[in-house]
Design a protein around this ligand. Structure first.
Ligand code: HEM
Length: 393
């Protein structure tokens, strides 16, 4: 387990996940801490109400001073860190604005935004960093379009959204990183307070205006609404970026897959699902046991913290044959890369839309696409992705 906290372990955590799983799909590792690496076991933890997300009660027990940390205060107001019945209420409210119709209506915007980012790569006379050129700007532009954030503000968001994800990282607690996350949390909340006031005066055809019209600001309290706007911005940002980067890395490593997807863009759905399983952008999440219970024959006392390794569940040979191979034709079996149960990713349709649009477009517009040097991994465990992914055409 300690190996996962080292740079080498983070660079390629999959052999370490295998070792943990072979010691047991549910592995108690010391007082009050258990790691879950099996698919069936992780699925049960995510779906069973006995296992709860970190909430105020859990924070009060584990970290009595947590309210002085702005980014944890922000998280504790969001659905991500709330359990039923609060979670149910907040999820319904966000779901009413984040509809399939609204996401589907973004299809042309996503295509146009992706086209605009890919076109300059075709004519570039030097290698281009895919992360900087496409993987970062595309999700930010899409979520800003959805929320109704003016295009001119997008560049301001990127570093702040990045800093705020530091608060969500596993083993979060590094004082410098938390200070950056806190500053970002304050600035982003201030930004949305202003934007809400602006949309109150001048409504547009966007999600924020819809939420205001539905009375969400009153029902959830302005503070909760602002917290959720920040969540939507951040949750959809590093994650989709890393799906694009991790997915492209597979296509660059195995050019026959790039050729096949280029010839058969209709396979994009299957490719994206396999990318999500093979190298998930969100590797882990956590829960705690709300009461004494048992999991796969292992006793789990109330209060136990569970590290649920979604990426290890995706490589569980009991669920996926030849789990370490990238096989987009494998029988459809959902991975847990968007979670499962009550907290299943709210933005999954949007992330899928972006990836299913971007990969075929990229391969079509860049027929000579190939790697242009070594890719550089980010030294992060929870949000797995690349710092640099150089490409050429
Ligand atoms: C490839 C991209 C993405 C991945 C891999 C991903 C992954 C996840 C995972 C694993 C969870 C569950 C966490 C848990 O149960 O502890 C989650 C929840 C969530 N995601 Fe995503 N996500 C992605 C994109 C997005 C996007 C684009 C948005 C919004 C614009 C979004 C919004 C959310 C929200 C609001 C939740 C909390 C749901 C709840 O607590 O009920 N995500 N995501």
């Amino acid at each position: 387990m300690q190996a996962l906290a080292t740079a080498e372990g983070r660079a390629d955590p999959y052999p370490l996940y295998d070792r943990l799983r072979s010691a047991g799909p549910v592995l108690p590792l010391g007082e009050g801490f258990t790691v879950v690496t099996g698919y069936a076991e992780a699925d049960r933890v995510l779906r069973d109400a006995d296992f709860r997300v970190t909430d105020e009660a859990a924070l009060d027990r584990a970290l009595p001073g947590w309210r002085s940390v702005a980014s944890w205060r922000w998280l504790s107001r969001t659905m991500l860190w709330r359990n039923a019945p609060d979670h149910t209420r907040l999820r319904r409210l966000a779901g009413s604005a984040f509809t399939a119709r609204r996401v589907a209506a973004l299809r042309d915007d996503v295509t146009a935004l992706a086209e605009g980012l890919i076109a300059p790569i075709a004519t570039a006379d030097a290698p281009v960093d895919f992360m900087r050129a496409v993987a970062y700007p595309l999700p930010v532009a899409v979520i800003c379009a959805l929320l109704g954030v003016p295009a001119a503000d997008r560049d301001w968001f990127r570093p702040r959204a990045h800093d705020l994800t530091l608060a969500l990282e596993v083993f979060a607690g590094d004082p410098d990183e938390l200070a950056r996350a806190d500053a970002a949390s304050d600035e982003l909340e201030d930004y949305f307070v202003d934007l809400l006031a602006r949309r109150q005066r001048e409504p547009g055809d966007d999600m924020i205006s819809d939420l205001l019209a539905s009375g969400a600001a009153g029902e959830a309290g302005g503070v909760e609404l602002v917290a959720h706007l920040v969540l939507l911005l951040v949750a959809g940002f590093e994650t989709t970026t890393n799906l694009l980067g991790n997915g492209l890395a597979v296509l660059l490593d195995e050019p026959r897959h790039a050729d096949r997807l280029r010839a058969h863009p209709e396979l994009a759905e299957a490719y994206v699902e396999e990318m999500l399983r093979f190298d998930p952008p969100v590797q882990v999440t956590s829960r705690y046991a709300g009461r004494d219970t048992e999991l796969a024959g292992v006793g789990v006392p109330a209060g136990t913290e569970l590290l649920v390794v979604l990426a290890a569940a995706g490589r569980d040979p009991r669920r996926f044959a030849q789990p370490d191979r990238f096989l987009p034709d494998r029988p459809t079996a959902p991975s847990l890369s968007f979670g499962a149960g009550a907290h299943f990713c709210l933005g999954a349709p949007l992330a899928r839309l972006e990836a299913r649009t971007a990969f075929p477009l990229l391969l079509d517009r860049l027929p000579g696409l190939r790697a242009a040097g070594p890719a550089v991994r980010r030294d992060r465990l929870g949000f797995r992705g690349f710092a640099e992914l150089p490409i050429t055409t």
